[in-house]
Design a protein around this ligand. Structure first.
Ligand SMILES: Cc1ncc(COP(=O)(O)O)c(C=O)c1O
Length: 366
């Protein structure tokens, strides 16, 4: 084997997005033991900063695993075999939640609505009226497969009228869009390090309410996964730092640096950066007569879905962008496969100069 040398890409797809160079540098710090007091200080800073980012006074930490580990941990810990779980489904990642919940033998009530549109929250109201004994409601804030933003606050108000807990996927939304964990009544939210946080893939930053933590600790039957037990993970990240597994020390250095950079920029300012660059991209695409199939009120800023023009070959076009311009954009998934491209502007990839670049390339190549 030769020493590894990887070509640079401009990643404008659904994720991962590029990592900030300062974050990449921070990964090469010396390894500390996961029980070293110096490392605990880093953990405490990351936990505090994540709490501010999630807007929670309760608990925050990062799982050693990608965004899907957060998804699986939530479903494993917040409901037990046979419990009713309502999963709001309007895209590919919502369907993944259903697949996981079925493997865990939860009693899944899938609340399916049309891909590419925000789900009407009255559907959840009706489902909860019919199933007041529901244990958990699951919704996705930013559905990366369709480019649609869901009204998580409105769903949270409905859930709060019942006894159920509320779990939210914010893999694509965290740090790119307003998310208010405590005031939106969320019990568990999971994200990914590789999108608007500008870190490499591999960590799932999470927030957990005190109520959910107590529920997990007091379950008569422990969660089936020891590794994904959110109460044990929270205990390691908490003030007593009770040992669990060896965490991904270097990745946590990277997350530390990402959060430091986020604090330097300002959380609201980062949300605004995502809004402004997305507006510029959409305006430019419309000027090129490229169709944006998602309605204005439902659109995400981190990810723009564009209809693939009929004369363009999906795979050939995306390969050409990689080979000729070193730019990655995303393909359609599920119901959208072969019909759309997905252009992501997230974290380090959310730059005005990249918007100019991709518009230029589209102008030349479409
Ligand atoms: C909305 C959403 N949820 C979950 C995931 C899964 O995350 P990961 O690929 O990091 O496991 C993704 C990945 O892109 C996503 O966009």
């Amino acid at each position: 084997m030769k020493p590894l040398k990887v070509n640079k890409r401009i990643i404008l797809g659904p994720g991962p997005s590029s990592a900030n160079p300062e974050v990449l540098k921070s990964l090469s710090n010396p390894i500390l033991g996961y029980l070293d007091p110096e490392f605990f200080k880093i953990l405490d800073d990351v936990r505090g900063s994540l709490k501010s980012l999630f807007r929670t006074n309760d608990n925050a930490f990062a799982l050693s695993g990608s965004g899907s580990s957060g998804m699986e941990a939530g479903l494993t810990c917040l409901a037990e075999r046979g419990d009713k779980v309502i999963i709001c489904s309007y895209g590919y990642f919502c369907e993944r939640q259903i697949l996981m919940a079925e493997r865990l033998e939860l009693e899944v009530i899938p609340l399916r609505s049309e891909w590419g549109k925000q789900m009407d929250s009255s559907l959840l109201e009706e489902a909860l009226k019919e199933n007041p004994d529901t244990k958990l409601v699951v919704a996705t804030h930013a559905e990366t497969s369709t480019g649609v933003k869901q009204n998580i606050q409105e769903l949270g108000k409905i859930v709060s009228k019942y006894d159920a807990m509320y779990m939210v996927d914010c893999v694509t939304s965290l740090a790119g869009t307003e998310l208010l964990f405590d005031s939106w009544n969320i019990d568990f939210a999971y994200s990914g390090s590789q999108k608007c946080l500008a870190s490499p893939p591999g960590l799932s930053p999470c927030a957990l309410s005190n109520r959910a933590y107590e529920y997990i600790r007091n379950r008569t039957k422990k969660p089936s996964s020891w590794y994904l037990d959110l109460s044990l993970i929270n205990d390691y990240w908490g003030k007593d730092h009770i040992p669990q597994y060896t965490v991904a020390v270097s990745s946590i250095y990277g997350l530390y640096e990402s959060l430091r950079l986020l604090e330097e920029e300002g959380i609201e300012e980062r949300w605004t950066r995502h809004v402004l660059n997305a507006e510029k991209l959409r305006k430019g695409l419309l000027e090129l007569n490229i169709n944006l199939p998602i309605s204005e009120k439902d659109r995400l800023d981190q990810l723009t879905v564009v209809t693939k023009p009929d004369h363009i070959d999906d795979v050939e076009f995306r390969n050409r962008l990689i080979n000729d311009y070193s730019i990655e954009i995303g393909r359609g998934l599920g119901d959208f496969e072969g019909k759309v491209f997905r252009i992501g502007l997230m974290g380090e990839s959310c730059k005005s100069e990249y918007v100019d670049l991709i518009l230029d390339v589209f102008k030349k190549e479409i």
